[in-house]
Write a protein of this length. Structure first.
Length: 291
């Protein structure tokens, strides 16, 4: 089985503004139709995402706008999307920022729906390779980012039968420009507990980071065990990335000279900890360890 697409190895950078806009869109629809729309329902909102996909290894999602959308919850083949509205909005956005172009669409899922492939095909009128961004507006996970990115590809089967259209998952991360980071920081100041000092905030952030690292290492161990037990096939691409991560780790198990003083030993341990922390930071930033 092989997958055919230009962006199959791409990473998606999502701006915080896009997430805020999606949540605002969801909340506005929630308030305007409170009788039939609740956080526990299967209804979702949908919109277009703007950005830059000229680099096949990096897709930047920088802006978005809401689109009028209706669908039948019982029949996934019945849905309505306003084409004329999209064209009108695109004309206005071109006047504001000509560099941003329509590169796909978003919805609040929180998972893929049966009609997503058909909706994605409709967006091919505006862009050749539409990116689907799913934003989980009701996420309770305080560690992972609430986004999933997908691209529709042709799945070519080994038996030579006709290919099928399917979605592949792309790794994503949140990245902001400097001006946007300042705005997000101001928002966080209003949300953050004012009674907590800087030390409490730093300790909380460190705890969340270590918890996230622990969960990802656990995921890696489970994945490798499934390969060893024959439950999953060997994927050389994933194993290669894991090898790259572990190659960056310093050797902190080297034996210390027993004749050295305690002070020298302490300084060596501090140096080893700095190397270990730096290695994790470097590779985590590069790979984000997303599986």
């Amino acid at each position: 089985m092989s997958l055919s697409t230009k962006y199959s190895n791409a990473t998606v950078f999502v701006a915080p503004l896009v997430l805020l806009s999606a949540v605002d869109h969801y909340e506005r629809v929630l308030k305007s139709s409170s009788t039939s729309f609740s956080p526990n329902s299967n209804k979702r909102v949908l919109g277009a995402i703007l950005g830059d996909n000229s680099n096949k290894n990096l897709i930047k999602v920088t802006n978005s706008f809401a689109i009028p959308f209706e669908e039948d919850e019982k029949n996934p083949n019945i849905w309505f999307l306003d084409h004329n509205y999209i064209e009108s909005m695109m004309e206005m956005f071109k006047k504001i920022n000509a560099k941003e172009k329509l590169i796909g669409w978003y919805h609040t899922g929180p998972k893929l729906k049966p009609s997503d492939l058909k909706i994605n095909e409709m967006f091919k009128v505006f862009t050749d390779n539409p990116l689907l961004l799913i934003v989980d507006v009701n996420s309770t996970d305080k560690i992972d980012i609430p986004t999933d990115c997908y691209l529709a590809v042709d799945e070519i089967k080994e038996d030579g039968s006709s290919s099928e259209r399917t979605f592949i998952h792309l790794p994503s991360m949140i990245q902001a420009e400097e001006a946007e980071e300042i705005g997000v920081e101001h928002l966080l100041r209003d949300i953050r507990d004012q009674a907590s000092g800087n030390l409490a905030v730093k300790l909380t952030n460190n705890f969340k980071s270590l918890t996230s690292l622990s969960e990802r290492l656990t995921t890696i161990v489970k994945y490798l065990n499934k390969i060893i037990n024959g439950q999953l096939p060997i994927n050389n691409i994933i194993l290669g990335k894991l090898q790259d991560i572990f190659n960056l780790l310093p050797n902190i198990t080297s034996a210390l000279d027993t004749e050295q003083g305690t002070a020298v030993k302490t300084e060596t341990e501090k140096s080893d900890l700095k190397l270990l922390s730096g290695a994790f930071n470097a590779k985590t930033n590069d790979e984000m360890m997303i599986f």
